[in-house]
Design a protein. Sequence first.
Length: 428
Amino acid sequence: MQIHVVSAGDTLFQIASTYRTSTQAIIDANELDAPNNLVIGQALVIPIIGQFYFAQPGDSLFSIAQQFNIQTLAQINGISPGNIIPVGFQLYIPPAPKTPITTNAYIEPSGDTVSETLKNSARKAAPYLTYLAIFSYRVGRDGSLTPPPLNSLAEIAEQNNVAKMLVVTNLEGGEFSPELGHIIVTVQSVQNTLLDNIINTATTQGYKDVHFDFEFLPSEDREAYNAFLRKAKKRLSQAGLLMSTALAPKTRADQPGQWYEAHDYAVHGEVADFVVLMTYEWGYTYGPPLAVSPINEVRKVVDYALTVIPANKILLGQNLYGYNWTLPYAADNGEPAQAVSPQRAITIARENNAEIMFDQGAQAPFFTYTDEAGTRHEVWFEDARSIQAKFNLIKELGLLGISYWKLGLAFPQNWLLLQDQFTITKLE
């Protein structure tokens, strides 16, 4: 696979010719709805085997071969090893061996049924998933367990050999409840009832993993949460179930803030079969315009996690969305940002003649525009380049894999690059 960034004057025909493919192949791969009206700065995935490299000033065959770890680069391209490569010379780079990866995607049905949009999204993603995380089973204050609507999600998972993950949360009234969380991790009778309900649901409905996503617990409940996880792990293992947890994105053990303090990375890494690092929401609905998962900040979280959690237990959290902020942003009375899919972000840029920029530090695309009412906007989103940066991090550090929040927003480039570079683990 090749990533091409559209420059001024580029046409789809020219791009296809450069990479020796067809315009239709590029249209289909990127699900382009306006192929004759590309956006400057837009990243396209070119669906070819391997990629082409265009020599840069200072390059030599040796340096390029080292960059891609290919000893036979000259032979592959039919040129003499001693040749001087002119700037712009096109070299073919064969595909690297695929890396095994464990993948998860959360799916969050709402209301009384699963929407057709979510069903279709699950069907498209399922071939590339190890787990489908059903978000969420809500805990009652008596230890009861209220399921989300499921409809055909179980069948979609089964048809694609995807393991179902039962996500348990302390959501109450649409928000994570510290008070409910406190009850869960401190009241033994509630815990016993809850674990009975979880095990009964998981074993009768074919779940493979139970995933605890308890957020905004009181800081004083850190040890109580640790004890609950140890107790839950013992019960779940006896029932033949895996256990995983979601962790707030910490960069040190004593990081202050209610989202962080009760999450003990070392204990989760010891007790859980694997963890999901929630490495997103630096840019969020009620905050200032920022990349949602900037690679520089994500790396800090992973670097800390690796000091206390084995790499083969870590799933890197990754958003499948971006945000559109209204400017000027004001913390006290600003409008909340609107979530947008990567596909929708491109459409917004095209409709408003905006050029897409790329922040090298964050490894994330963004643009600004003025709408018809004269209001300024700033949009940060994900594209092929930003997701490739996360894939590179996973491979560099030997992480278990990636976990997506959440299905329902179109990002076809992600799935193309994922299947091109990784072999998806499927549980027996």
